[in-house]
Design a protein around this ligand. Sequence first.
Ligand code: PLP
Length: 390
Amino acid sequence: MNFDQIAPRWGTDSVKYDLCLRQGFAPDVLPLWVADMDFPAPDCVREALQKMVDFNVYGYSMAGEGYYRAVIDWFTRRHGWTPERKWIVTTPGVIYALCTAVRAFTAPGDAVAVMTPVYHHFFTPVTDNGRRLVQYDLRLTDGGYEIDFDALERALDREKPKMLILCSPHNPVGRVWSEAELRRLGGLCFERGVLVAADEIHCDFVYPGRTFVPFLSLGEEFAQNAFSCTAPSKTFNLAGLEDSNIIIPNPELRRAFRAEMTGQGISEAALPGRVSCQAAYEGGAEWLDALLVYLRGNYDAAAEFLARRLPQLRLCPLEGTYLAWIDARGLGLDAAALERFMREKANVRFNPGAEYGAAGAGFLRLNLATSRATVLAALERFAVAVEENL
Ligand SMILES: Cc1ncc(COP(=O)(O)O)c(C=O)c1O
């Protein structure tokens, strides 16, 4: 496992790389945006997919006992929580699942809440399905982001959402919510009949000192009034294979969710995604442990660089995810100017924070899941552009 060696992704129809060119970036741009990794998947994934390809029969197939066992064992071993087999619904992705949930569990015109700044693909499942998006802003303090529970309570009472989409760990601000925070959030929601959609896709990226707490593990009330979206795609860099596991303990919610899926003609995730998921969960733990050490090293290197070269930028603490969140308001650029500056002056592609809601304006999200040399080269370009232009 040599994470200093990244895959050559240009010209592979990669969104992270090749789409930059359509967006007007120069051909040698350093792309540290879309949340996938530049590392090849673990060997166990290649071997399982190779076996599938060697067999070369791709008829209709279904998730088998081995698949469910791998998912259940992963959560048991890594997170100390054992979902039941019948709770697991496979889908071709988490955003697909959120769209399905919005349609299954809310009605047109209903409000759905999110905690901003947050992963921007939480917005369209709500708005494109004719529901009303309610953005509640997290509070930024000197120590990082927190939930202002009084403000949240007021927002829930005022807007009366039917569902709240929770990002846990939180992309992009890097928080791993504590058990106390999750319990309080759940309490406020359940008292008001607000269903919690816990997107836990980043749960395997948690750094020393923090523990990921599965929302559904907190007790029966949590399990019955929520569902969890999980996937091997972030953890093992399998996003293009489109497999995720939606965990829905409440049988009525599960029935409604499945009915919405079959109404769209989809019964479950496809074969290559399931093969890769099972292989990764069965054999990828050691690879992931090494990756977590490397990613933490990338964060520390970025922190050291920023403190030395760009002290006007403020890096938020990274408890979870591989996405660094940087307060760049010290540059004095508005959201549009910051985006232009990246493209026209720095020749790096980070995500402009405004994508994640108005609360993210002036911030940058930087994807650390590449080689350390690439992280430092991108920051160097950014620093030089600041020195020369601002
Ligand atoms: C919080 C979160 N949810 C979902 C996704 C995407 O999931 P999928 O590719 O399974 O739709 C991402 C990808 O960045 C994410 O950060």
